[in-house]
Design a protein around this ligand. Structure first.
Ligand code: NDP
Length: 310
């Protein structure tokens, strides 16, 4: 029997996704009709994105699952019209992109590259940075993306501490959990990377008290979500020089408003939520595998726990 898969991602991505989803479903042995236009009562699976056309699921009475193209699900997790299981995206392309962004920005700050890239007075100023083993890095969030970044940074020699909700055991990483673990993870961290999901519990994870635990001059990278940081506390810590630099990819309001102080702050780098993107080729495989699993009565991969919010 054929299954109807509604593509409810961003409409301008349909042309890219169509052949990839068709091919991935065929490889999984699924006879499927994939389209951005299917009558709601005939839809079996919904491929979803927060910037796509479907945000009210009431009329999708036959749908067996909603398969998000995004890793972060904060925009859908509280949707009361959603009664079907929800999966989030864990995709090799997304993972690789995040590893590249995080590694690149860690190395920028670790090596002090700005001093040579921006040198209008042509100053010949030598000086070697410490080597990676002398630069402690902490990653808040040890999930699909946090672990991949931890492993890449360890490969370069950085001592990595990771923090998660529940206890974790990642070889080579100093793994901490819970509130007490967070304080310990921040003390001594010269570079902090936020890769937590946005949930009621993670809001303002970096507040004034916790920013003060970091050593003077520490650098913050936030590819996670804007609300993880108390913006006023961060701006105060940057103004005072306690935080040396913040490279921010995610914000409470996106696009970041023109008059936001982050844009022009000398210690802030703004990147426009581009740290990593779902890649259609690898994402189509994940979607197809989950549809096969659902049809076979197997558990779905990357199921969202709607109580925890991620
Ligand atoms: P995962 O769900 O795999 O990992 C989340 C991690 O955060 C887990 O280790 C989890 O702990 C931890 N966590 C959750 N809540 C808490 C808490 N209250 N206290 C401590 N730790 C907590 O997510 P991913 O790694 O796939 O993605 C992380 C986030 O990255 C996404 O939610 C999204 O916001 C962001 N992202 C940003 C992109 C960008 O371009 N800027 C692109 C893609 C994702 P535990 O292991 O115990 O469950």
């Amino acid at each position: 029997m054929s299954v109807n898969v509604l593509f409810a991602g961003r409409p301008d991505r349909w042309a890219e996704y169509q052949p990839l989803l068709d091919a991935a479903l065929a490889r999984e042995g699924i006879d499927a009709h994939v389209s951005p236009e299917i009558a709601p009562e005939e839809v079996d699976y919904i491929v979803y994105a927060p910037n796509g056309p479907v945000q009210d699921f009431t009329s999708y009475t036959r749908a067996k699952a909603v398969l998000s193209l995004w890793a972060g699900v904060e925009k859908i997790v509280d949707n009361e019209t959603l009664t079907q299981p929800l999966t989030r995206m864990v995709d090799d392309g997304l993972r690789r992109g995040m590893v590249e962004w995080v590694t690149g920005h860690v190395l920028r700050h670790h090596l002090g590259m700005d001093a040579h890239i921006v040198n209008p007075d042509c100053v010949w100023k030598q000086g070697a940075p410490p080597l990676a083993p002398d630069r402690p890095v902490t990653i808040l969030g040890l999930g699909a993306l946090g672990i991949a970044c931890a492993e890449a940074l360890m490969g370069l020699g950085f001592p990595v501490t990771g923090w998660s909700r529940g206890p974790k055991d990642v070889p080579g990483v100093r793994c901490l959990a819970g509130n007490a673990g967070l304080d310990a993870a921040l003390e001594g961290a010269e570079i902090v990377v936020l890769l937590l999901p946005q949930t009621p519990e993670t809001e303002n994870t970096l507040d004034a008290r916790r920013l003060a635990l970091l050593p003077r001059g520490a650098v913050i990278l936030n590819p996670g979500r804007g609300p993880l940081i108390d913006d006023d506390a961060l701006l105060a810590a940057l103004d005072e020089g306690h935080i040396g630099h913040a490279t921010l990819d995610t914000f409470r309001v996106e696009p970041l408003p023109d008059d936001h102080p982050y844009w022009r702050h000398p210690r802030v780098t703004v990147t426009p939520h581009i740290a990593s993107d779902t890649r259609a080729g690898t994402a189509a495989d994940v979607i197809a595998e989950n549809i096969r699993r659902s049809e076979a009565g197997e558990p779905l991969l990357h199921l969202v726990n709607r109580t925890l919010g991620y």
